[in-house]
Design a protein. Sequence first.
Length: 85
Amino acid sequence: MHYTIFELDQYRNHVMSWFRRIFCRLHLQHCHRCRERLTRLRLDDMLILDLKKSEQKMDIPENPLEYHRLCDIFHDEMKEHKSTV
C-alpha cells in the first residue's frame, strides 16, 4: 500500500491524526516511492515560496489596469528592440 499525495500532504502539514501519522512514518522508513513523493511535495513548497518572493521583488501593482499598462509598455519596447536588431 502507498500513501496518496493528499495523505502525504496531511502528514507533512501535521493535520493527520497522530495514530495514522505513526503508521505513515513507519511506512516512509521503508518505502522509497512515498519518500520520493513527499520530497517532491517539499520541493513544490520551496518553488512556490521562491515564486512568491520573486513576485514581491517585481513589485507588480495590485491595480489590474496599471498592470496591463505596464505589460503594454513592455510589449512595445520588445517590438522596438526586435525591429532594431
